[in-house]
Design a protein around this ligand. Structure first.
Ligand code: IMP
Ligand code: MG
Length: 175
């Protein structure tokens, strides 16, 4: 039966340590000027909250988008739609897309193309998790928290059918 939690893949401590490292990299790379963290709802809400608080400079602005991809609950269908757009103009700004996980790459390659058209000064991607084995569309990712094997994970914002987002560890969901 689906929905059985199994082992912990990444503990809360491991995640927090890595988030601090990513924040330090971002601070080093974006020396001045405001940076927009554009986070993809809902899965990235925990990661962006921790990442933003771990960045002490430069000015950090937090924006949210929502995207739906049609398919069953564990895979992307390849069709992506924006269900909540930004309400700021990002033209001329440094923009960092913040995602929970890259799987097929369909969502992020779509989002990157979309935001590129709005002429940001720079556009890059930070993802907490990457499942490289699953890639169907290539995506260039500047900051990766952890590369993980092809297993379905939940916790730290990631859900299965809307459950488990509240867990502070990341766990593998048993089949
Ligand atoms: P992609 O378009 O296939 O790269 O899908 C990315 C999205 O699928 C993520 O933002 C998640 O919402 C969801 N997703 C992919 N793999 C997992 C997983 O292991 N656990 C929870 N959600 C996942
Ligand atoms: Mg997501």
């Amino acid at each position: 039966m689906p929905g059985q939690l199994t082992r912990i893949l990444l503990t809360s401590d491991q995640i927090q340590q890595r988030v601090r490292e990513l924040a330090a990299d971002i601070e080093r790379d974006y020396a001045d000027g405001p940076i927009y963290l554009v986070s993809v709802l809902k899965g990235a809400f925990v990661f962006v909250a921790d990442l933003a608080r771990a960045i002490t400079r430069p000015a950090v602005r937090i924006e949210f988008m929502a995207i739906s991809s049609y398919g069953d609950q564990k895979t992307s269908s390849g069709q992506v739609k924006v269900t909540r757009d930004l309400d700021v103009n990002i033209e001329g700004y440094d923009v960092l897309i913040v995602e929970d996980i890259i799987d097929s790459g369909v969502t992020l390659s779509y989002l990157k193309r979309l935001l590129e058209q709005r002429k940001p000064k720079s556009l890059a991607i930070a993802t907490l998790l990457d499942k490289p084995e699953r890639r169907m569309q290539p995506v260039e990712v500047k900051y990766v928290g952890f590369r993980i094997p092809d297993e379905f994970v939940v916790g730290y914002g990631l859900d299965f059918a809307e459950d488990y987002r509240n867990l502070s560890d990341i766990r593998v969901l048993g089949a």
